[in-house]
Design a protein around this ligand. Structure first.
Ligand code: ARG
Ligand code: GLU
Length: 726
């Protein structure tokens, strides 16, 4: 026994083995680094079953849904499941006070009833490839930073172009390990994706922002779509002649459920993580950036919530905006808390100390790595105010900030066309102009569908005042001197005037202005106060922030690349996973309860009984639909019953982040047991530091999905096209 144990220990020491739980692994490299451990943990399939170029594999059933979520195929007729919050803006797009699909849910009872979603795409990965050598071709240490990066960009363009020549595929090429490695991805994009079904928000968003980022959770966070293709099963723009896409692979759905300790795997598109940053980065976030951004969004949310509660139309109009603002706001709060409890800063410092000892113990190492951390320290001191100013400007002009200013900016491309025509003395291209005008007009229509001016006015006043109070004077755009001069510093008066004088406060006037736009309109546009406001912030950004920011970014990239490879040399027997970068990854772990805090331990699953416990007609987030109550009362659970109730959500130790929403959660056989949608509060700092004791991803139990489709929605015909394993 001893000898065997000893033998195993030696083996474990020799083989590069990944750490359990933590990590978002590259599908193509599972065979090399992970598969043995996965199988030890219970996984029954092979690495080729997950990712293969020549044979259909599980990867062929996973897609990027829209711009920032994951989805998966669950039938051979292109049926796809993702989260409710991922389909949310589409559900909202089809909703009105008369057809309120957000409130009531939507179920197509046949393919004819499915709803078309202009602009929505899903993306399949065909194959990936390590192209580090080709990307670095010709790059030498002697070259300047700028020349290196120019050559790298040139190589990247050439590789991408070559890779998809004569095909309808798209190429994506991304750096890994902070630019120490590069991978090429060949994608196929489908453009006709129709809404099949969504539960009411009282199920799909049950618990709302109160429960968001929290466990125990009872959200039925799913929606369903169908991918359509042309007659040859190829991607095509929407056409009524398109037919349901036949995927190479779809997931079987398992009704067997999960138990504590079971193997689970999440296969999807995590967006970004920062696991290898120095302690100074944590300091910047926790002391400066997060607190300031939390404040800005608290104010935005206060305003939105008040207006939304008062008017059902406004509630729908601002539903997706509110969710978007609130989601990161709450995550930043959790992240700060989690990092503090983990003592993450101190942990990083301890690590950095031993790193430095190693780095300076050897002369040749000292030469390359000796100053890394002191250089970081200097750079972060300089960088922090810029990062804050940049984020604050984004909060004003892009991320649900002053809406009238961002509307005005929609005319910028049109203005640019006329200006360059004027400069070159050649008349502007008529065709280009008319198609641009059409595009802008449809954007304007969409804008006003979800616009309520009193909110925008109040937010404008708030944001302009907060910027003034929180951002140093060197970053104040010139609009503030105008406010001082013309309005005696009174931001209220300025905003009043902004909305009175701008043409952008009214849909018809904007549409007419766009329609009749010509060279003569340029001066009117320039004088418009909303356009002026937008440009005032943009000019400040371009003149004072962007150049410096880019230069520091370049410097930071250089340090990051060096520090990454240094860390890999420092811990040479550890297998590293690259930070998330919105490429396809595998996270594996096990179903697990956890200790949340002193004397509080959370079970690993929730049930329908818990939904009834939370039911409270006085709290908007906790109103349970009557139909669901009735099913519960009558114990009408059908075959989805487990121990007298229906399972709803479960947690596991999979390392996930934003972008993993909608990802398939698979069991040891590679069958679908859940849909990933969130992380638990105690562990949301995992983007910066993972704690296996407390980091948990939250999944919707697929049996709750089946129960809802069958018993609640009466759309059982959808189950017939799935491959259900009972
Ligand atoms: N926290 C989850 C994620 O990051 C769910 C967000 C949507 N839900 C919400 N209440 N805002 O996307
Ligand atoms: N809800 C997140 C998303 O939209 C996933 C949760 C997380 O960040 O882990 O991708």
């Amino acid at each position: 026994m001893r000898r065997i144990l000893f033998g195993l220990m030696v083996l474990a020491f020799l083989l590069p083995q990944a750490k359990a739980d933590e990590g978002m692994w590259i599908p193509m490299l599972l065979k090399k680094y992970n598969i043995e451990q996965m199988q030890e943990m219970g996984f029954k399939l092979t690495a080729e079953d997950i990712y293969s170029v020549n044979e259909a594999s599980l990867k062929d059933a996973v897609v990027i849904f829209g711009g920032g979520c994951t989805g998966e195929l669950i039938s051979d007729k292109g049926l796809l499941i993702t989260n409710h919050h991922c389909g949310y803006s589409k559900i909202q797009y089809h909703s009105s006070v008369e057809h309120d699909y957000l409130t009531n849910g939507f179920w197509a009872m046949s393919q004819e009833e499915e709803l078309v979603n202009p602009g929505l795409t899903v993306t399949f990965l065909k194959r990936m490839e390590d192209v580090t050598e080709q990307v670095m071709h010709g790059v030498t240490d002697e070259m300047s930073e700028l020349d290196q990066s120019k050559l790298i960009q040139k190589n990247i363009s050439a590789i991408k172009k070559d890779a998809v020549k004569d095909t309808h595929y798209q190429a994506v090429l991304k750096p890994f390990f902070n630019g120490n490695q590069y991978f090429l991805f060949i994608n196929e994009v489908f453009k006709d994706v129709r809404l099949v079904g969504a539960p009411p928000s009282a199920i799909g968003k049950f618990g709302g922002d109160t429960d968001n980022w929290m466990w125990p959770r009872h959200t039925g966070d799913f929606s369903m779509f169908r991918i359509y293709a042309d007659k040859n099963n190829q991607p095509a723009e929407y056409s009524k002649d398109n037919v349901p896409y036949q995927p190479q692979k779809h997931f079987s759905v398992s009704m067997k459920g999960v138990e504590e300790g079971d193997f689970t795997m999440v296969f999807g598109y995590p967006g970004s993580t920062y696991e290898y940053v120095p302690s100074y980065h944590l300091k910047m976030l926790t002391e400066t950036v997060n607190p300031k951004l939390i404040d800005v969004r608290t104010e935005k949310l206060n305003i939105l919530n008040r207006y939304q509660a008062a008017d059902p139309k406004v509630r729908i109009q601002y539903a997706a905006k509110n969710a978007r603002i609130s989601n990161s706001w709450k995550r930043w709060i959790g992240e700060n808390r989690g990092l503090e409890i983990l003592d993450a800063f101190a942990k990083k410092q301890v690590y950095e100390k031993s790193f430095n000892q190693w780095a300076t113990a050897d002369e040749s190492r000292a030469e390359i790595y000796g100053n890394l951390l002191s250089n970081y320290k200097k750079l972060y001191e300089e960088y922090t105010p810029y990062r804050l100013a940049k984020d604050y400007i984004l909060e004003i002009s892009y991320r649900n900030g002053i809406e009238i200013a961002s509307l005005a900016n929609k005319l910028s491309p049109l203005a640019t066309l006329y200006y360059s025509a004027k400069d070159s003395g050649i008349e502007a291209d008529k065709e280009k102009i008319s198609s641009l005008k059409e595009q802008i007009k449809s954007d304007v229509e969409l804008f006003f569908k979800d616009y309520y001016q009193p909110i925008d006015k109040e937010i404008s006043v708030k944001l302009l005042a907060m910027y003034l109070a929180n951002i140093p004077e060197e970053f104040h755009p010139d609009i503030y001197s105008k406010i001082d001069k013309k309005f005696k510093g009174d931001i209220n008066k300025y905003v009043e005037n902004l909305f009175n004088k701008s043409i952008f406060d009214n849909k018809e006037s904007v549409l007419t202005f766009v329609d009749e736009f010509s060279e003569k309109s340029l001066s009117k546009l320039e004088k418009d106060p909303a356009y002026e406001l937008y440009n005032s912030f943009m000019n400040l950004y371009n003149d004072k922030v962007s150049v410096k920011d880019k230069a520091m970014q370049l410097e930071l990239n250089k340090l990051n690349k060096a520090y990454m490879s240094a860390q890999m040399a420092f811990e040479s027997d550890k297998v590293f996973y690259p930070d998330a970068n919105f490429t396809l990854r595998v996270a594996y772990g096990k179903v697990a309860s956890y200790k949340a805090r002193d004397a509080v331990r959370y079970e690993y699953y929730t049930t329908l009984d818990g939904i009834m416990e939370k039911d409270n007609p006085d709290i908007y987030d906790y109103r349970v639909p009557e139909k669901l109550k009735e099913l519960h009362r009558n114990k009408d659970f059908g075959k989805y019953e487990v121990n007298g109730t229906v399972p709803v959500c479960f947690i596991a130790t999979n390392h996930t982040t934003g972008g993993n929403s909608g990802s398939p959660v698979l069991n040891a056989e590679g069958q679908l047991i859940g849909v990933n949608f969130d992380r638990a509060w105690e562990g949301v700092m995992s983007d910066l530091m993972f704690n296996p004791d407390q980091c948990r991803n939250i999944s919707l139990d697929i049996r709750y999905v089946l129960f809802l489709i069958d018993k609640f929605a009466g759309a059982g015909y959808l189950l017939d096209e799935m491959t259900i394993v009972e």
